[in-house]
Write a protein of this length. Structure first.
Length: 294
């Protein structure tokens, strides 16, 4: 059964079909044909024989007509069987689409990346060489503008570098990924927050908690909009009321509709307590953790 990490990696590529070709072009320096669309294609790669083959994900690039197929495999550990079926995936998809096809293997650790990158002997002097992206090859997204432009890549960056020995850098990558996630729909926002947090080392989590989220948020257009709204409402209803409205909105975006008891607690909270909730919000796994002790 696929693990949660395996499915999480694939979800990023499924939610943003252009992520695979972007990584091939910008990171692995693969020359791609001109295309105007990237879409998810059926991953069933069966031939006329009874054997069944199913890749993790297939992305099809088209320019009015199909121009390139990309088989994406999330590989968490070496599996010698894959070295026999990967060429089958590519050959069957190439036969089905009648266009060039390549394989992109995304790994969770460098040892697996080195294993996956080995050429595969097909016989008769023919070799198949997978294109492999390990954690060290994933760009380090520390700029909030770049993160908001490509939130899936920002989350992949946080997952790849969350265990970096430089915990400050890992926390910064995580912070911009989480801030980029706030601008997404509720389901993706929640999931991406959790993926980023789960990928961090304990040292990076501590670093993330020490960061001043209010100071950082003022750098992003997304947060500026909400802070500005809080200020306007604060002038009308008072600073405390404006701050509580802002906290409710951020909590709702992160955890969904708030229960009555949470609304009641925020309504009587002090400015200091509201600020503390806002700080905990960045790393909290649940609404209860974000609200803190009574």
């Amino acid at each position: 059964m696929p693990s949660q990490l395996h499915e999480a990696l694939l979800l990023l590529f499924r939610n943003r079909p252009t992520l695979g070709p972007e990584l091939l072009r910008d990171v692995l320096h693969v020359e791609l044909p001109p295309y105007t669309e990237a879409r998810i294609e059926s991953a069933e790669l069966n031939d006329v024989q009874p054997a069944e083959y199913r890749a993790d994900l297939v992305v099809l690039l088209s320019n009015g007509v199909p121009v390139l197929g990309i088989v994406i495999e999330a590989q968490l550990a070496p599996d010698e069987r894959k070295r026999f079926v990967w060429p089958v995936y590519v050959a069957n998809l190439r036969a089905r689409l009648e266009v060039p096809v390549c394989l992109l293997v995304v790994t969770a650790d460098e040892a697996t990346a080195r294993w996956a990158a080995r050429s595969i002997e097909l016989g008769g002097g023919n070799r198949f060489i997978p294109l492999v992206l390990g954690p060290s090859g994933v760009p380090e997204i520390t700029d909030e503008v770049a993160a908001r432009a490509d939130p899936e890549l920002a989350v992949l960056s946080a997952m790849a570098h969350g265990q970096d020995p430089d915990s400050g850098k890992a926390a910064q990558i995580a912070l911009v990924a989480q801030m980029a996630s706030l601008g997404l729909d509720e389901d993706r926002s929640r999931l991406y927050f959790d993926l980023v947090l789960a990928s961090l080392s304990e040292a990076a989590r501590r670093e993330l908690k020490t960061m001043d989220p209010a100071k950082y948020e003022y750098q992003s257009e997304f947060a500026k909009r909400y802070v500005a709204q809080g200020r306007v409402e604060g002038k009308v209803e008072g600073e405390l009321k404006g701050r509580s409205i802002l906290v409710v909105r951020l909590l709702t975006r992160r955890f969904g509709p708030l229960p009555p008891e949470a609304d009641a607690r925020i309504a009587v909270a002090t400015i200091e307590e509201l600020d503390a909730i806002g700080e905990r919000l960045l790393t909290a796994k649940s609404l209860e953790e974000a609200l803190g002790p009574n």
